[in-house]
Design a protein around this ligand. Structure first.
Ligand code: GTP
Ligand code: MG
Length: 514
C-alpha cells in the first residue's frame, strides 16, 4: 500500500484517541475531517485580525516588569503584551525560504536600503545575483558562497498584534537534522513551494524535501501550515492561475495524508518572495487579477495561537548553551512559566540550579511563559555539564528520564533492502535530543484498517507498517508520554541521513520518574 496512505494510520494527531478512523482513499477535503484533538483543543481564537489592515513596525522592546515579584505581576500586564508565535520556514532546497524571510525583515523595516545594496554587490561578486535577499537570513560565508542555508536562521519581526520569531530552516537533504531542530521549536510552519517550472516537481517527488519536511513538521508538532506558492513572478509562471491551482490540487491530498486538516489548519497563498509581492500588502489586481485572498502578513497575523498552560510543570528543552557571566541555556518553553530567582532542575542530571536572569529575544524579562524562546542564565551548574537535549525542568514535577520507552511507530521508507526488526539501529530525534537508539523488541503490529493490534506475533515489518515497539538508548534521556505532553513525546527515526519512521511515546517504564 502507498506509504502516504499508511501515514494516516499512525495516530500522531490525537493524544487521547488511539482509534481514530482511517480515511478513505478517495475522500474529498469537504467530506473528511482528520481528528486532531490535541491541536483542536489546543487552539484558541485569541485575536481575530483577518479583516484588519496589517502594519509591520520596527521591533518594540518588551518592557521589563521591574520591582515586582513574579507572582504579583498582574494578568492584565501579560495580556497587553503582543502574542508571540514561532514560525519555521520549511520546504525543498532553493524554494525561496531565506529570500522570503529576508524580504519580511526588509518589508518590516528592519533592513535598510544601504544594506540591501551591499548584499546586492556581495551576491553579484559571488555570481549569485538573485541571492541578495537570502543574504539577510543566510549570514555565514559558507551559506552565501553556496547559496544554501545550513544553520537555522533566526530573526524577529512584529505586526500590530503579534511578535514573530522566524526560524529559517535549510532545505538541503544533508541538513535535515538542523531542519528538525528548527521545526521542533515552532508553533506554525510556512511551507515554501517554488512554482517555477520543474522546481515544484523536484521538491514534490519521492525523496524531495517538500514531502519530508511536511511529514517531519507534523510529527514535530507544527500544527498549522501556511503554504506559500512562491516565485509567482518567474517567467515560467507569470502569476498563472493554472500553475497555482495545479500545485494546490497536488499538495492538498498529500497534506491530508500527512495528518493535516486541510480545511482548518492549512492555508494557501501565492507570493513572490524576491519581489515582495502579496507579502505586506495584497497583490495588485493588474498583476494577479484572480487572487482575492490575504497577503502573507495578514495570513500570519490571523493564525491562531496554540493554547499553552502557563501553570503547567516547567519544561524547556535545551538547544544550546554558552558561558556568559554564569551558564546560559537556550530553548523554547514547552510548558509552565519561569521567573528570575526560580529554583529548577537540569535533567537528566537532576542538577539543582537557580535562575539568575531570563532573556526573551534581546530583552531581559522578569518572567516568561510557554511558547517563548529564551536564554536563561543559571547558577549552580557549569556549561560543560549541560548538553543539548537536556531539559530545564520543574523541581516538584521533574521530567521523566529513561533509557528505554515504548512507542508506536509509523515506518515511512526504509533504506533499500533493509528490514525493520529487533536490533535495528537508528538516530532518534525527540525535542532537542539526538541520540543513537536500538529497537529492542517489536511488540505488536497495528492493522491499518481496523486500528487494532494484529494477533500474530510480529518479527519484522516493512515500509508503511504501524508497529508498537520498545526502543533503547545508551544514555539517560528526558521524554514524556505523547498523551501528557505531545511536543515532548513525538519523535523521528533516521538512518543514513534519511527519515525512516515517525512515532510517539506511548509508555515509559514505571521507574522512569525522577
Ligand atoms: P535553501 O536554504 O538552500 O534550502 O534555499 P532557500 O529555500 O532558502 O532558497 P533561497 O531563498 O536561497 O533562494 C534560492 C533561489 O531562488 C535564489 O536564486 C532566489 O533569488 C530565488 N528565488 C527565491 N524567491 C524567489 C521569487 O519569489 N522569485 C524568483 N524569481 N526567484 C526567487
Ligand atoms: Mg535558505
Amino acid at each position: 500500500m502507498d506509504i502516504e496512505a499508511e501515514i494516516r494510520a499512525l495516530q500522531l494527531d490525537s493524544a487521547e484517541d488511539n482509534n481514530a478512523t482511517l480515511i478513505p482513499e478517495d475522500a474529498k477535503p469537504e467530506e473528511v475531517e482528520m481528528t486532531d484533538k490535541v491541536e483542536e483543543e489546543g487552539m484558541t481564537d485569541e485575536v481575530d485580525t483577518k479583516s484588519q489592515p496589517v502594519q509591520a513596525e520596527p521591533k518594540v522592546k518588551d518592557k521589563e516588569v521591574a520591582d515586582m515579584d513574579c507572582a504579583e505581576v498582574p494578568d492584565e500586564m501579560e495580556s497587553q503584551k503582543k502574542r508571540h508565535l514561532n514560525v519555521v520556514f520549511i520546504g525543498h532546497v532553493d524554494a525561496g525560504k531565506s529570500t522570503t524571510g529576508g524580504q519580511i525583515l526588509f518589508l518590516s523595516g528592519q533592513v535598510d536600503d544601504r544594506t540591501i545594496q551591499k548584499y546586492e554587490k556581495e551576491a553579484k561578486d559571488k555570481s549569485r545575483e538573485s541571492w541578495y535577499m537570502a543574504y539577510i537570513m543566510d549570514t555565514n560565508e559558507e551559506e552565501r558562497v553556496k547559496g544554501k542555508t545550513v544553520e537555522v536562521g533566526r530573526a524577529q519581526f512584529e505586526t500590530e498584534t503579534t511578535r514573530f520569531t522566524i526560524l529559517d530552516a535549510p532545505g538541503h537533504k544533508s541538513y535535515v537534522p538542523n531542519m528538525i531542530s528548527g521545526a521542533s521549536q515552532a508553533d506554525i510552519g510556512v511551507l515554501v513551494i517554488s512554482a517555477r517550472k520543474g522546481e515544484f516537481e523536484t521538491g514534490y517527488e519521492r525523496g524531495g524535501q517538500t514531502r519530508e519536511h511536511v511529514q517531519l513538521a507534523k510529527t514535530l508538532g507544527v500544527s498549522k501550515l501556511l503554504v506559500v506558492v512562491n516565485k509567482m513572478d518567474d517567467h515560467t509562471v507569470n502569476w498563472s492561475k493554472e500553475r497555482y491551482d495545479e500545485i494546490e490540487s497536488k499538495m492538498v491530498p498529500f497534506l491530508r495524508s500527512s495528518g493535516y486538516n486541510v480545511k482548518k489548519d492549512v492555508q494557501f497563498l501565492p507570493i513572490s518572495g524576491l519581489v515582495g509581492t502579496n507579502m505586506k500588502t495584497r497583490v495588485d489586481k493588474n498583476i494577479c487579477p484572480w487572487w482575492n485572498g490575504p497577503c502573507l502578513f495578514e495570513a500570519l497575523d490571523s493564525v491562531e495561537v496554540p493554547v499553552r498552560d502557563p501553570k503547567g510543570p516547567y519544561r524547556m528543552p535545551i538547544i544550546d548553551k554558552f558561558k556568559d557571566m554564569g551558564t546560559v541555556v537556550m530553548g523554547k518553553v514547552e510548558s509552565g512559566s519561569i521567573c528570575e530567582g526560580d529554583s529548577l532542575l537540569v535533567m537528566p542530571n537532576k542538577a539543582p540550579v537557580k535562575v539568575l536572569a531570563v532573556y526573551c529575544d534581546e530583552d531581559k524579562v522578569r518572567r516568561a511563559g510557554p511558547g517563548e524562546n529564551l536564554r536563561v542564565r543559571l547558577s549552580g551548574i557549569e556549561e560543560e555539564d549541560i548538553s543539548s537535549g537536556f531539559v530545564l525542568s520543574s523541581v516538584v514535577k521533574p521530567i521523566p528520564t529513561v533509557t528505554e520507552f515504548t512507542a508506536q511507530l509509523q515506518i515511512l521508507e526504509l533504506l533499500e533492502n533493509a528490514i525493520f526488526t529487533a536490533g535495528y539501529k537508528a538516530v532518534l530525534h525527540i525535542h532537542s535530543v539526538v541520540e543513537e537508539c536500538e529497537i529492542v523488541e517489536l511488540l505488536q503490529q497495528i492493522d491499518p484498517k481496523t486500528k487494532k493490534p494484529m494477533k500474530k506475533k510480529v518479527l519484522f515489518v516493512k515500509n508503511g507498517a504501524v508497529v508498537v515497539c520498545r526502543i533503547q538508548v545508551n544514555s539517560l534521556i528526558c521524554v514524556e508520554k505523547f498523551s501528557d505532553f505531545p511536543q515532548l513525546g513525538r519523535f523521528t527515526l533516521r538512518t543514513e541521513g534519511k527519515t525512516i519512521a515517525v512515532g510517539k511515546v506511548t509508555d515509559l517504564p514505571s521507574r522512569s520518574s525522577a
